[in-house]
Ligand binder design. Structure first.
Ligand SMILES: NC(=O)c1ccc[n+]([C@@H]2O[C@H](COP(=O)([O-])OP(=O)(O)OC[C@H]3O[C@@H](n4cnc5c(N)ncnc54)[C@H](O)[C@@H]3O)[C@@H](O)[C@H]2O)c1
Length: 438
């Protein structure tokens, strides 16, 4: 049993801490947000993540998992301190490291025994060395025996526990091989490949992985836009491509583009790093531009069908950046809604889990109880997130409720022919709007 402190109890920290506790370690999850910690202590999860509540409850009950806002208490006996705080975009697209700095400083202030500091936050290449300097500087003349290991996290919101427990790989980077091996011990029971490398390479692996996945999505979206003009069907193009084992099917679905708390800020931060070090990230720039454009195309399509959007009622189904999460950070829906409001449209919306977060974000849209309330009186319905709940809607009812039966299926979720058969005007992404002679 190892003693672990996880600093930052957000999506990554809460899942990491809970899973390490479940693997038999003694874990304290630390956060500066008192209301977050007191809610967790009352059994209320700060995020929606399938299976998390139960796993937290089990491990709290077993006594292996506790939550605290007191760094001295949380770090008192820790052999490992995982930094899992946010690294949002700064003004220039760079990763803002203020929370990493304060986490490193609280380690420096509260630890007086040997400790391994692990960067789980996604941080720019070179941050591991910088964290070492921050801790040393903060200690002044008082020595502390510590090493910094980079251990980027690859879990996905919506399947975070499974991703943590069954990772494709664990990446560890350090200048101190022994420290990296100690961290490797924590993951041995997961029986997955463990890649041990140097600090900077580990940091780059995380950015390169996210940027590559974003690139695949932007690539297929560029192909989708060509398909619309050329009369091909991108859904079958991606299937046909994906069967090639060199390519594979993942991240090859055309739609409204990538969003969320990671891809946008990480692609931006990687591009920023490149520019700062004198290389020209032209592929990354194009990947971001295609993604922005994918949202704008929703407006172009609606304008084509409805003319001016001023005073038109547009319903949006799905607000979270993907299904099975309540996270709306950089969700495609937000940008689409923003563009719609700029055009003077009246926006109604519904999401199965993200309504609380949406309430805090939007004052100018009507949040509805269900998809039918969204459709009621709408001139168009836009599907932004492909939640399971939206797969089997009562479209006859929706058709009657809408002022104009116009659907823009931003995730290619629905059967275009069936909907057209019911009288809808249907637009998908990357397949002809006048498909099969309809
Ligand atoms: N969310 C994901 O799916 C995901 C996946 C892989 C990697 N990451 C990376 O992991 C990091 C964390 O992401 P997240 O989504 O969990 O962030 P988050 O915003 O959900 O949580 C961060 C938490 O850290 C806390 N915090 C900030 N400063 C602190 C301090 N000094 N001491 C203690 N707590 C502090 C905040 O109060 C907050 O609760 C980011 O770098 C992110 O890029 C996220």
């Amino acid at each position: 049993m190892s003693k672990i402190c996880v600093i930052g109890t957000g999506y990554v920290g809460l899942v990491t801490g809970t899973c390490f506790a479940d693997l038999g370690n003694r874990v304290v999850c630390l956060d500066v947000d008192e209301s977050r910690i007191s809610r967790i202590n009352d059994g209320v999860m700060p995020i929606y993540e399938p299976g998390l509540e139960q796993l937290v409850e089990q491990n709290v009950h077993s006594g292996r998992l506790t939550f605290s806002t007191n760094p001295q208490e949380a770090l008192a006996n820790a052999e490992f301190a995982f930094i899992a705080v946010g690294t949002p975009s700064g003004v220039d697209g760079e990763a803002d490291l203020q929370y990493v700095r304060s986490a490193a400083e609280s380690i420096a202030d509260n630890v007086d025994h040997p400790i391994v500091v692990i960067n789980k936050s996604t941080v720019p290449v070179g941050t591991g060395d910088w964290v070492t300097d921050v801790i040393k500087k903060r200690r002044g003349g008082t020595p502390l025996e510590f090493s910094v290991v980079s251990n980027p996290e690859f879990l996905r919101e919506g399947s975070a526990i499974n991703d943590f427990m069954n990772p494709d790989r664990v990446v560890l980077g350090s200048t101190n091989r022994e420290a990296a091996n100690q961290v490797a011990q924590l993951y041995l029971t997961l029986r997955c490949p463990i890649l041990v490398t140097d600090l900077r390479t580990a940091e780059m692996i995380k950015y390169a992985s996210n940027a590559f996945l974003a690139t695949r999505v932007s690539f297929i979206n560029e192909i989708a836009n060509m398909c619309e003009e050329l009369g091909a069907d991108v859904r079958e193009v991606s299937l046909g491509m994906g069967y090639d084992r060199r390519i594979g099917h993942a991240f090859l679905d055309a739609g409204l583009g990538w969003g969320g708390s990671c891809f946008p800020k990480d692609v931006k931060a990687l591009a920023h790093m490149a520019v700062l070090h004198g290389t020209h990230p032209q592929l990354l720039q194009a990947v971001m531009e295609i993604n922005r454009n994918q949202r704008r195309r929703v407006i172009f399509k609606l304008r084509k069908a409805l003319g001016s959007l001023n005073d038109k009622v547009v319903g949006v189904l799905g607000l979270s950046f993907k299904p099975n999460t309540d996270d709306i950070r950089e969700a495609p829906s937000l940008e689409v809604i923003h563009l719609l409001l700029n055009e003077g449209a009246i926006v109604k919306a519904y999401d199965p889990q993200a309504m609380e977060n949406a309430k805090a974000m939007f004052s100018r849209i009507t949040l509805c109880e269900n998809p039918y309330e969204v459709a009621d009186g709408a001139d168009a319905l836009v599907l932004a997130t492909e939640w399971n709940e939206f797969k089997q809607l009562d479209f006859e009812r929706i058709c009657q409720l809408m002022r104009r039966p116009l659907i823009l299926d931003g995730r290619n979720l629905w059967d275009a022919n069936a909907l057209r058969g019911m009288g809808f005007t249907y637009y998908g992404v990357g397949h002809s709007t006048q498909a099969n002679g309809e």
